[in-house]
Design a protein around this ligand. Structure first.
Ligand code: PEP
Ligand code: MN
Length: 343
């Protein structure tokens, strides 16, 4: 919908608009009001370049889009009836919980295996373990290929599906070859379209899922949903949206908690929302409340860092991992709330 600056456009100005929209296979339909005439764009109005060119005209005030910018992720899309099942659990039928260490320490595989058994015991449906790690400081530990075998051993021993972040083609290839079930896209890479493209193409035709973290600097929810759509556009619709806090604005929390965007996402897209309270608040003491808040806001799942001995962890574990007993209480309470709200 084109809103002109003046109440009426001159015939020459209308011809300029006509010519631009025609280039993109659309046409104009004037809608004459008592005072002002506005112009509907009939056709697919999602062409970014068309909108940019129209908005660049000095007689156009703004262009409002009526169609959703993400046709695959939209609630009205054919994919809206798609259900994602991971390790036998269908998202939406039960609160889906991913839990495990931030980072697998390849020097201490036993610790990760103990954590894997403990999170299963606590009620988790999937195990997370960082094999390769994006870091704030490039001199911090960045992960190691050898941790992948430990992650897969945890899967073999517990029978639970596993989740790991990948950041490049090498890691993507190794993770898929090893049988990692869910690939995580980290907050630092949520807008790295070449990585999203590589992951989307690699999981097409497979039953893997992708957990897309919300980027630290992402603004409108449409930006988040569009990034998910890009992965889905290659053919595999198993994408989970993971709010994990945006750039910090609160003294005391690691990031700005954003579980409250869950209803906004759910109004626009069918994709399940799995909130990560651990990176959001960044301190173990605050994680359980954030997890419950996420469920209250309508989350379909949680991704929680947990460690049998957080103090011995590397990466984020010492500060934000829950011990298995706290994890168990949190999962029990979160599932009780989930049942109350959805039951
Ligand atoms: C993580 O899951 O350990 C991680 C690094 O997450 P994020 O990308 O949200 O910072
Ligand atoms: Mn972490």
């Amino acid at each position: 919908m084109i809103l002109p600056k003046a109440n009426r456009l001159s015939p020459d100005q209308v011809s300029v608009l006509d010519a631009i929209v025609a280039e993109f296979g659309c046409r104009l339909q004037p809608i004459e009001g008592a005072v002002r005439t506005i112009y509907a764009i009939v056709g697919d109005e999602r062409h970014e370049l068309m909108i940019n060119r129209l908005e660049g005209l000095d007689f156009v005030e703004r262009v409002d889009r009526i169609q959703s910018p993400h046709k695959l992720m939209d609630l009205r899309s054919d994919l809206a009836s798609h259900r994602i099942t991971i390790g036998g659990v269908t998202l939406g039928q039960k609160l889906f919980v991913i839990a495990g260490q931030c980072t697998i320490d390849p020097k201490n595989p036993q610790l990760f295996l103990e954590t894997a058994h403990a999170v299963k015991e606590a009620g988790a449906d999937a195990i997370r373990g960082g094999v390769w790690k994006p870091r704030t400081n490039p001199y911090s530990y960045q992960g190691d290929d050898s941790a992948l075998e430990i992650l897969m051993e945890a899967h073999r021993q517990t029978g639970l599906p596993v989740d790991a972040e990948v950041m490049d083609d090498h890691q993507l290839k190794l993770a898929l070859e090893a049988g990692v079930h869910t690939l995580q896209v980290g907050a630092r890479n949520a807008l790295n379209y070449s990585l999203l493209r590589a992951i989307g193409a690699a999981v097409a035709g497979r039953d893997n899922a992708v957990l897309l973290k919300r980027g630290m600097h992402m603004g409108p929810v449409s930006e988040f949903i569009s990034a998910a759509e890009y992965i889905v556009s290659f053919g595999n619709p198993n994408v989970l949206l993971c709010p994990r806090g945006t750039a910090p604005t609160l003294d005391g929390y690691r990031n700005h908690p954003d579980e409250s965007i869950t209803p906004l996402l759910k109004e626009r897209t069918w994709a399940p929302v799995v909130v990560d309270p651990s990176h959001s608040v960044g301190k173990a003491a605050y994680v359980p409340a954030c997890a419950l808040a996420a469920v209250a806001y309508g989350a379909d799942g949680l991704c929680i860092e947990s460690h049998v001995q957080p103090a011995k962890g590397i990466g984020d574990d010492p500060k934000q991992s829950l011990t298995p007993d706290v994890l168990a209480t949190t999962i029990t309470r979160a599932r009780a709330l989930w049942s109350t709200l959805r039951g």
